[in-house]
Design a protein around this ligand. Structure first.
Ligand SMILES: NC(=O)c1ccc[n+]([C@@H]2O[C@H](COP(=O)([O-])OP(=O)(O)OC[C@H]3O[C@@H](n4cnc5c(N)ncnc54)[C@H](OP(=O)(O)O)[C@@H]3O)[C@@H](O)[C@H]2O)c1
Length: 355
């Protein structure tokens, strides 16, 4: 019988890390040992796994020798230090941050979209996971591109608070009683917070900024979506225009997409292609509620496509709506799927963990 892997989960107390532990358990990932890691302040905290509780260890002082795999979700600043340190100790690192995604030496793999990119895994033993909004977008774009060629993509996002980590989620969860609350007073409170400077409030609001501004007026989140989409699809010249917006939703990112294609693709054919594509579910009934929404997809693994229609603003244009659980499919699940793909290759873990 095959020997299981020693797997470390970096950021195990956070949104993505918590989901990562849940997914390792749900999918029966062949781990003989799982080690949860977080900041020194969380050392000793207990996290549930396979019916037991595991003690969190300090990631900063952790020696990665003898660990096969690190699933990392501690953010870019920490990943820049931790990922190379773990890789140098012989560990394969799958990192959810933006730190390594656009490194030309490293593959940016979305297993359903560009599985061949996995061949580059050994370059530095670091495999970045794409941005959550990018992952659900490229899953939907890939079958359309294969059938009719992508010419241009315009996407507007409606991104949930969980994409901004636990702190942003806490700011959304209002302590007010919805029955007795004075709505005008609450809005006034939110308006005062807006004029006070700093990050704008998220409750009762829609914020057209995610991550910092770049010199050309885009935000870094918008740049990430544009650049990562081109890299994953292998289309370096594809024009992509993204507008990324934070909305007061707890879990689930939604996107309104318009894709201009090189060749005509009738709506019915596009629907059939999307329906057959791996990881995609088409939910598209033209009645109230007959479409995917964040509240319905939270906790699921698939990317949902709705509101498919021809877009007459462009020649060969298709408009549609894409929704996915950003913490699962947008981060933790895709990271575990990359690890599973590595296991299937058989050359990353010296045969350990093989089925
Ligand atoms: N949430 C999403 O939808 C999503 C999607 C795609 C990618 N990502 C990326 O995944 C990463 C984590 O996101 P998240 O939502 O899980 O954030 P989070 O809820 O704020 O959790 C952050 C985790 O990282 C740990 N951590 C932070 N700095 C650390 C350090 N210097 N040393 C050790 N541990 C440290 C925290 O430990 P403590 O609890 O001890 O502080 C916590 O476990 C980010 O890079 C994010 O951009 C998130």
């Amino acid at each position: 019988m095959a020997e299981g892997l020693r797997v470390a989960v970096g950021g195990a107390t956070g949104n993505v890390g918590t989901e990562m532990l849940r997914i390792l358990e749900q999918r029966g990932f062949p781990a003989a040992e799982v080690i949860p890691l977080a900041s020194a302040g969380s050392a000793g905290r207990r996290v549930p796994f396979r019916g037991a509780e595991l003690a969190v260890q300090d990631l900063g002082g952790f020696d990665f020798r003898g660990t096969d795999l690190l699933l990392l979700s501690t953010g870019a600043a920490n990943a820049r230090e931790t990922a190379p340190r773990a890789a140098a100790a012989g560990c394969v690192v799958i990192d959810n941050s933006s730190a390594f995604r656009m490194d030309p030496a490293l593959p940016l793999l979305v297993p359903e979209v560009n599985p061949a990119a996995l061949a580059g895994w050994a370059a530095r033993r670091i495999l970045p996971v794409a941005n959550c909004s990018t992952i659900q977008l490229v899953l939907a774009l890939k079958p359309l591109h294969d059938a009719a060629g992508l010419k241009r993509v315009v996407v507007s996002t409606y991104q949930s608070a969980s994409g901004g980590g636990r702190r942003l989620m806490q700011r959304l969860l209002s302590p007010h009683d919805p029955v007795t609350v004075d709505m005008r007073a609450l809005l006034h409170e939110a308006q005062l917070a807006t004029t006070a400077g700093g990050d704008p409030p998220l409750p009762f609001n829609v914020v057209p900024q995610i991550d910092v501004f770049l010199e050309d007026g885009r935000t870094r989140e918008e740049w990430k979506m544009e650049a990562e989409t081109r890299k994953i699809l292998g289309l370096p010249d594809l024009p992509v225009s993204a507008t990324c917006v934070r909305v007061p939703v707890l879990v689930g990112h939604a996107e309104a997409v318009v894709a201009e294609l090189d060749r005509p693709l009738p709506e019915a054919a596009a629907r059939a292609l999307l329906d057959a594509a791996p990881g995609i579910v088409v939910v598209d009934e033209r009645r109230p509620g007959g479409y995917a929404m964040p509240i319905a997809v939270a906790g699921t693994d698939e990317v949902f496509v709705s509101r498919l229609r021809e877009d007459r603003a462009f020649p060969h244009g298709l408009a549609f709506w894409v929704v996915a659980d950003n913490v699962r499919k947008g981060a933790a699940l895709t990271a575990v799927q990359i690890a599973e793909a590595l296991l299937r290759r058989g050359d990353a873990f010296a045969g350990r963990g093989a089925a």
